[in-house]
Design a protein around this ligand. Sequence first.
Ligand SMILES: [Fe+2]
Ligand SMILES: [Fe+2]
Length: 209
Amino acid sequence: MNEVLLPYMQGFQSTGNLRSDIRWFFELNDDRETLDHTYKVAGVAQKVAERYEADPRKAVTAALLHDISNVIPVSKMMETADKLGIPILEEERKYDRIVHQKLSRAMAIELFLIEDEEILNAIECHTTLKANSTLLDKVLFISDKMAWELPGEHPYLQSIKDKVNNDQLIEGILVYLDHLWDNRANMKLVHPWLIAARDELSNDEFKGY
Ligand SMILES: [Fe+2]
Ligand SMILES: [Fe+2]
């Protein structure tokens, strides 16, 4: 294991069960909030995967691991990514937290010995999506947002759920991507992968998935 990750693994031993391991991992790192979110995403991802005939086991595995890098303080994320040799885009250097999706992928490999590229790729684009995304990428991406419990009114979140639960996966994803695009003036970064995903999915040929 890369030594830059050692502090997050103090006292951890795998039980052989990923759901229990993830609980232990977040509890050791005193991150109850991400643990709760992670279990919610796993529950949603299982249902969305079943609805769209993606592999529910892979969707749950990806969901359990998607935010493991949240245990790294945001102020250390960029430096940790550099030490792990993760390729970082120029734009990403403007907003440290955006690298958490790439960090989670690297940690899934290093700490939880995940080798399945489909699972790893879904983890890697769970915040931004990307062009040419797989069904599993889409399932994890939208399940993460559907599991959010944001304070206040967020009509776009209800609209996402309505569409995804009504066999309109792409339309549901576009509700979210368009919401971000409309609010781009207030965002620290509009990630190039997100722009590419939105351009691609907005194309008529993708509608009515
Ligand atoms: Fe995340
Ligand atoms: Fe998340």
